[in-house]
Design a protein around this ligand. Structure first.
Ligand code: ZN
Length: 138
């Protein structure tokens, strides 16, 4: 069961040290409120996580590009099958980081997404970057 989250009052917010959200960029320390029930910090920065729908759409775009790179250009060693795509989607649907956006950041979600793609398709990190590179191109 997901926590319903109950924030501490603003005067009880605490300072937490800055995190590295993007390679090489340190965020400054921020004052954050947390949940009295589960203890998680409420993330309100600019790298907030996105809703599950965004990631399901991202997955289908990713698999389209990946399959195109496999089939027509042989830049990827294997395709993403329909069964693999559904398995990845099912794992995302069950994963708290995609249903509870209280404390998750976009980069945390992206890490989970990448783990699932690597695990289910068997492609390597380099191939994943190739797909990303092509996705940015349009
Ligand atoms: Zn909570």
């Amino acid at each position: 069961m997901l926590c319903l989250h109950e924030l501490v009052p603003p005067e009880k917010a605490v300072w937490i040290p800055g995190r590295r959200e993007i390679e090489g960029v340190m965020n400054p320390s921020v004052k954050r409120r947390y949940c009295v029930l589960c203890g998680k910090f409420h993330y309100i920065g600019t790298h907030k996580g996105k809703k599950l729908n965004y990631w399901i759409d991202f997955l289908s775009r990713f698999s389209r590009v990946m399959n195109k790179l496999f089939k027509h250009e042989r830049k990827i060693s294997k395709p993403m099958t329909e069964a693999q795509r559904r398995l990845i989607q099912a794992e995302m649907e069950a994963h708290e980081d995609f249903s509870d956006l209280f404390s998750v950041t976009f980069s945390q979600q992206q890490e989970v997404f990448e783990e699932l793609v690597l695990k289910h398709t068997g492609i390597c990190q380099r191939e994943l970057e190739v797909v990303y590179g092509r996705m940015e191109g349009h």
